[in-house]
Design a protein around this ligand. Structure first.
Ligand SMILES: Cc1cc2nc3c(=O)[nH]c(=O)nc-3n(C[C@H](O)[C@H](O)[C@H](O)COP(=O)(O)OP(=O)(O)OC[C@H]3O[C@@H](n4cnc5c(N)ncnc54)[C@H](O)[C@@H]3O)c2cc1C
Length: 458
């Protein structure tokens, strides 16, 4: 049976969502064209179109499994390039200021910097015989037929010929231009309603700096130390090795409490984390670059699945559909899951149906969105309704996180849900509830900051 469904698919954006979409589209279209404003091929560092990529990016277990399925041997390639990996449960996680029990989860965490991970995947996609990259081209819009019911291609402008638009015809166009996607405006121009948006204001910022890795900096056999933000300790950090001789420190601050970029302010922010380990490791360390900041004011979910009318031969993937609070580390994995949903839709035969695909994508997004929004609403300063489900969910999670500091089995269950492998309901199974309540019948008090104990405050 011929699995081809069309001649050319055009993907708008060549970042994580775009290259994963291209990988699955290459099975069904004669030609796949990926368009990006940046030079992307061979790039292993941060680029203008994806400035967030310099900050800590963890790949969840579910995402890792999908990437390995789409690109067999990817993990080995990264390991050969010197990228460290370890069991997710063996990282040092601090929940509410307390260390989670170390657990063997069997889930691999590959600590590739995001640009490096993307470069390895992009090289594999570029090696596919029917995939082409069109770099240094701005996407100006989409082209529809006279009735506006079907998308026929994309309008682009080369950086070498500003002012001259060119149209690339397509049998399918996929928008993977990230959270700044202009699809809502393009739809409005064609007479379609804009999608509803769910928005949660979190006023988040990451500030990141790389340091020269010194022996013993993290502790024997330790790959990363992650004091995760919580309402009692809203300042967080992701601190870990990301390659030979390099250690990454991303400081996170919510609700406008943004980690500064100047040397002194950055270090002082690190000092005020609930645990001393990060500050002590970096205060004398050799920085490899200046600190850079990225602001993420609001999480946005666009509800395309609710639109009654939508043009044919047009889809979206990745952050263009939903951009989550980054501290939960969900975006790349959700993009990978959406790519699988797109492949499923293509394998049904014929041009993918937008309504079916958006419904599948919505089901994928539902859980991570609920997890991150519920977690955010535990912070009293985050605006939004707090129905009983949210309050009970957060009351239970506080107990569960405490129990994870006492019981490795709870850590493991938590990591499987955070890694998007198991549904949150797995944490409500009787055996897990029993483990949680054994340690925390009442909501536990948060762990104390080390600064609260003057003897340690050096
Ligand atoms: C600080 C931070 C930390 C994060 N940490 C994690 C993490 O730990 N784990 C995780 O899974 N996710 C994380 N994420 C989320 C993750 O970065 C996104 O989910 C992911 O980047 C989505 O990829 P994308 O391809 O959809 O969009 P993007 O990465 O935003 O890419 C969009 C692409 O489109 C191109 N483009 C846009 N507009 C145009 C145009 N008009 N013309 C031409 N090209 C255009 C851009 O150049 C870019 O290449 C984090 C995000 C942030 C902000």
């Amino acid at each position: 049976m011929d699995s081809r469904v069309g001649k050319r698919a055009v993907v708008l954006g060549g970042s994580m969502g775009g290259i994963l979409a291209a990988r699955v589209l290459s099975e069904s279209y004669d030609e796949v064209l990926i368009i990006d404003r940046d030079v992307v091929l061979g790039v292993t560092g941060t680029r203008r179109g994806a400035p967030h990529a310099v900050h800590a990016h963890a790949l969840h277990a579910r995402g890792h499994l999908i990437l390995e399925e789409l690109f067999p041997g990817l993990t080995d390639g990264l390991t050969e390039a010197g990228i460290p990996s370890c069991d997710l449960g063996e990282m040092r996680w601090y929940l509410n200021g307390r260390p989670a029990r170390i657990a063997r989860t069997g889930l691999l965490s590959v600590m590739a910097p995001r640009p490096m991970l993307e470069a390895h995947i992009r090289a594999r996609v570029a090696a596919l015989p029917n995939v082409t990259f069109l770099e240094r081209h701005d996407i100006a819009g989409i082209v529809a037929d006279a009735a506006g019911g079907r998308i026929l291609g994309a309008r682009v402008v080369s950086h070498d010929a500003p002012g001259q638009e060119r149209v690339y015809d397509a049998d399918l166009v996929v928008d993977a231009t990230g959270r700044g996607s202009r699809t809502p405006a393009w739809l409005a121009e064609l007479g379609y309603p804009r999608p509803e948006e769910d928005r949660v204001k979190i006023g988040m910022a990451y500030t990141t700096r790389h340091y020269k890795m010194e022996p013993g900096m993290l502790g024997e056999g330790v790959y990363s130390i992650n004091p995760v933000a919580s309402p009692a300790h809203p300042r967080g950090a992701f601190f870990g090795t990301i390659g030979p001789g390099v250690i990454n420190l991303s400081l996170t601050g919510i609700l406008g409490d943004h980690p500064p970029t100047d040397d002194e302010g950055f270090l002082e922010f690190a000092r005020t984390l609930p645990i001393p380990d990060v500050y002590r490791a970096v205060r004398e360390a050799q920085p490899l670059n200046d600190a850079v900041s990225f602001r993420f004011p609001v999480s946005v979910r666009r509800r395309y699945e609710r639109l009654r009318r939508f043009p044919e031969r047009y889809l979206l993937i990745g952050d263009a559909l939903c951009s989550f609070n980054p501290v939960y580390g969900q975006g790349m994995t959700v993009a990978a899951m959406e790519a699988i949903a797109l492949r499923d839709e293509l394998r049904r035969g014929g041009t993918p149906d937008a309504a079916t695909y958006f419904a599948a994508a919505a089901r994928i997004i539902d859980t991570p969105w609920e997890v991150s929004v519920t977690g955010d609403l535990d912070f009293p300063g985050v605006e939004g309704p707090r129905p009983m489900k949210v309050r009970i969910g957060n009351a239970y999670m506080a107990r569960l996180q405490y129990a994870a500091t006492k019981d490795a089995k709870v850590t493991e269950g938590f990591m499987r849900v955070a890694g998007l492998l198991d549904p949150p309901s797995a944490l409500m199974r009787p055996a897990m509830v029993a483990r949680v309540l054994r340690h925390a019948i009442r909501r536990p008090r948060p762990g104390e900051s080390w600064l609260a104990a003057p003897a340690h405050a050096s």
